[in-house]
Structure formats: structure tokens, C-alpha cells
Design a binder for this molecule. Structure first.
Ligand code: ACO
Length: 428
């Protein structure tokens, strides 16, 4: 394969290096393009731009492949524990038995959050969206752990920030939910596993005994693993970009949470359920909504369909679809929303518009249905995604710093008004 590319511009010829990754993906390295030719590249939404080299996650959107640090997502979702996968993403290898025990012990011992957080919770209106609450609370961690503001201070301090984030995010998420309901907050129970403890904090009430259902616990563990990383997506790129200014880990993660919130990204899981409910309330006319999705004059999109990089079935959607069937039958839940979802999927997969554009169901199409069956309320869906994505964001942030990448600062092509003189107010 050629390792150089020649470009011709204004009668001159220039050579740019072509680099190839470990899975034979190739890229033109345009680092010197502007100094050689005066040109920059223009790529709205970075559809064609690699922003970094990365050793964390490999995905091939054409073939529907996803691997974390080389391990296929199917194997991890089937066999691993979420904290094991978190360790793998962050530190590069699966933990040994001793490393795993220390890692889970460290995380278990940092699940409590400072009592002053209760005062912060009280300051939020009870109808505050939990994603907004979560991102604010993660930023607030800087006030409680000011040493975290200088991540270069020591590896020990940085590791503490990582452990605290993974340990405390479920507590914050569950408290944000309880606050919204106006219910008493549950303190973490360190005798429980990571996932069970989260379920306990979410659902236990002081008035009755709460027992974690293992079907729910297993399904949630799988969902968290499936969401744990997805290379340079919108929120991971946000985390890297914010971190590239040498902003601390906590504030970079908080920015990632906000990026995830949008309905075109992680917010899609909430939007999918809202869309399916709307279709049912509107009489269940699926064809009408398929037509709307295809109409260029209608802003409606089929939520949970399409992906920037998957032009084939999203491998996570395959696993989740199967899991949705298993969970619903194990819990004895009959959900009309699942029936509508299956019908939409079938129609869309046979429709020329979707076939031509390679629009397949993505991870969010079925995840919301499982969350509903698990009893998780709709406005918490994107929070669940954030809990899963946290180790990926941390790994991406660390890699950016480890690579010593420069501050992220894209160029632009200015298309505004040319120079003109200021007009005093009285003359305008
Ligand atoms: N419904 C109807 N048409 C769609 C959809 C959809 N869900 N998604 C894409 N299209 C069409 C576009 O209108 C466009 O058609 P055109 O070529 O005739 O103009 C074509 O498919 C390509 O779409 P783009 O928007 O250019 O693709 P892009 O890569 O920018 O967007 C995205 C990807 C944002 C995911 C998009 O498919 C979408 O909005 N999907 C719905 C929201 C969603 O499910 N988001 C979750 C993504 S997964 C995640 O973040 C975890």
C-alpha cells in the first residue's frame, strides 16, 4: 500500500504521508498541508476526519465489528463484568485476579458522596432533568477534591480521581432520581456488587425490603458493557477536546455528559421510547411515521435508526435485541412498545429509503425497551448510558494526555462580511 499521496494545486505538486493503523485503516496525514499549500481541509461534523490515533476501541462500521482493546464486544457482553471491562478500557489489559480484587475494593470504598451534596441536591427543583443534575454534580467534585484540578500532580492523585468517578457516579445518578421523585435518598451498600448497589440505591424504599432480581442485574451489567466505549463519538471527542486544554478529568467528564444528552447522541434512547409511545397514542399507524421519516420537508426522523459510522447492523443492537426478548420474557413483561418497535424495524429494513442510506437500528433502538422493563424511568435512560460510557471517556481522556496531544483547535473558512467601518449608534 502506498505510504504517500500526491496532490496537485496551482500547478505545483505536493506529497503527503499516508499512515496505516493496526487494522489496515489508512489516513492522509494533513499536518503539514497548510504550511505547504496554504490550504486547510473543510469537513462539517468531522465525517471524514480522524482526530487522533487510538489504541482503545476498534470498530468497522461496514462489517459491524466492535472491539475493546482487541476483545470482541460479543465476548465481553456475554462473559465479563462491567468493572472488569472498565479496567480493561482504562488500563489497557484485563485485570489479573489480584488487580480485579483491588480495583473493585477501591471502587466499593468510595461510593459515598460528601454530605454537603445533599444541600446541593436540595437546591435543584424537583423536576430537574437528571442529566443536568449529574453533569453539575460531577463538576462539583472539583470543589470537594481541589487537588484533582491538577491532574499532572501525581499518578496516585489521578487514579484516585478515576476511582472516585466510577464509584460515585451511580450514587449521584440514583440520588438525582430519588430527588426528582421526592423520595428519601439511599446510601450505598458496600456489601453489594457495583450493579446491584446501583439498583438498590435506585429502587429500595425505607418502607419495604428490596431484593435485587438477578435477571435485572445481569441485563444491566450487559447494557453497561455495551455502552462502555465507542471510539471518537461526539461525547468522547468532547471529553478529549476539553481535556486537551489541560482541564481536569472531572470537568472534562462533565462536558462529556452534556454532549451525550443530545437526542442525536445518547439522548436518542429516551427519544425512541417517546416516539414509540407517540405512535401508539396516535393509533399505531406505523406507515404514516415511516412516510414522515422519509419526507425531506418533515423534520421527523426515525429515532434509534442510522449511525454515523455503522453502515451495517450495529453489533450492540443485535445483542440488545436478543437481550430485550430474554429480559421481557423472564420478567413476564408484555410491552406494546416492543411490538411496535419490531414492526418498525421490519418495515424499515425492507424499505428502499432505509436500504439505500444503510440505515439500521442502532444501540438505542432497543436499549430503552429493556430499561423500561427493568423499571428505569424514561428520563433516566441517558443517565444509564452515561454510567456505562464513563470508563470509555476516562480512557479517552487519559490517552489524549498520555499521547501529549496538542490543544484541539480546528480551523474554519470564514464566509461572513468583509471589513467595514463602525457606524455610530445615532446613524444606524
Ligand atoms: N430517519 C430518517 N432518515 C434518516 C435517519 C433517520 N433516523 N438518519 C439518517 N437519515 C437520512 C438523512 O436524512 C440523510 O438522507 P439524505 O442523504 O437523503 O439527505 C441520510 O440518511 C444520511 O443521514 P445524515 O444525517 O447525513 O447522517 P449522519 O451520519 O450525519 O447522522 C445520526 C447520524 C445523527 C445518528 C442520524 O442517523 C440520526 O439522526 N439518527 C436518529 C437519532 C439517533 O438514533 N441517534 C443515536 C445514534 S447512536 C448513539 O449516539 C449512541
Amino acid at each position: 500500500m502506498a505510504n504517500k499521496i500526491e496532490i496537485k494545486y496551482n500547478g505545483e505538486s505536493f506529497e503527503l504521508p499516508v499512515m496505516t493503523g493496526s487494522e489496515n485503516e489508512s489516513a492522509i496525514d494533513i499536518g503539514k498541508l497548510r504550511s505547504m499549500t496554504g490550504l486547510v481541509t473543510l469537513d462539517y461534523g468531522y465525517k471524514n476526519t480522524g482526530s487522533t490515533t487510538s489504541e482503545i476501541t476498534f470498530l468497522d462500521g461496514e462489517k459491524g465489528i466492535l472491539r475493546y482493546r482487541g476483545y470482541p464486544i460479543e465476548q465481553l457482553a456475554e462473559k465479563a463484568d462491567f468493572l472488569e471491562v472498565a479496567y480493561l478500557l482504562i488500563y489497557g489489559e484485563l485485570p489479573t485476579k489480584e488487580e480485579y480484587e483491588k480495583w473493585t475494593r477501591d471502587i466499593t470504598h468510595h461510593t459515598l458522596i460528601h454530605e454537603d451534596f445533599r444541600t446541593i441536591f436540595e437546591g435543584f427543583p424537583s423536576n430537574a432533568h437528571p442529566m443536568g443534575v449529574l453533569s453539575s454534580l460531577v463538576t462539583s467534585l472539583t470543589a470537594f477534591y481541589p487537588k484533582s484540578l491538577d491532574p499532572e500532580r501525581s499518578m496516585g492523585e489521578l487514579n484516585m480521581s478515576i476511582v472516585r468517578l466510577i464509584a460515585k457516579l451511580p450514587t449521584m445518578a440514583a440520588w438525582a432520581y430519588k430527588n426528582e421523585l421526592g423520595f428519601p435518598l439511599n446510601y450505598p451498600d458496600n456489601a453489594m456488587s457495583y450493579v446491584d448497589n446501583f439498583l438498590y440505591m435506585m429502587f429500595a424504599l425505607p418502607v419495604e425490603k428490596y431484593k435485587v432480581n438477578p435477571v435485572i442485574s445481569r441485563a444491566l451489567n450487559k447494557l453497561l458493557i455495551l455502552h462502555a466505549d465507542h471510539e471518537q463519538n461526539c461525547s468522547a471527542s468532547t471529553v478529549r477536546l476539553v481535556g486537551s486544554s489541560h482541564a481536569s478529568l472531572y470537568v472534562s467528564i462533565s462536558a462529556g455528559i452534556n454532549a451525550l444528552w443530545g437526542p442525536l447522541h445518547g439522548g436518542a434512547n429516551q427519544a425512541v421510547i417517546e416516539m414509540l409511545e407517540e405512535i401508539i397514542e396516535d393509533g399505531g399507524d406505523i406507515d404514516k411515521y415511516i412516510k414522515k421519516a422519509k419526507d425531506k420537508n418533515d423534520p421527523f426522523r426515525l429515532m434509534g435508526f442510522g449511525h454515523r459510522v455503522y453502515k451495517n447492523f450495529d453489533p450492540r443492537a443485535r445483542i440488545i435485541k436478543q437481550s430485550a426478548d430474554e429480559v421481557l420474557s423472564a420478567l413476564g413483561v408484555e410491552d406494546p412498545v416492543l411490538e411496535v418497535a419490531k414492526k418498525i424495524e421490519k418495515i424499515a429494513l425492507e424499505d428502499e429509503y432505509f436500504i439505500q442510506r444503510k440505515l439500521y437500528p442502532n444501540v438505542d433502538f432497543y436499549s430503552g425497551i429493556i430499561y423500561r422493563a427493568l423499571g428505569i424511568p424514561t428520563e433516566m435512560f441517558t443517565v444509564m448510558f452515561a454510567l456505562g460510557r464513563l470508563p470509555g471517556w476516562i480512557a479517552q481522556w487519559l490517552e489524549n494526555r498520555k499521547n501529549g496531544e496538542p490543544i484541539g483547535r480546528p480551523r474554519q473558512i470564514y464566509t461572513g462580511v468583509n471589513e467595514r467601518d463602525y457606524i455610530p449608534l445615532e446613524n444606524r
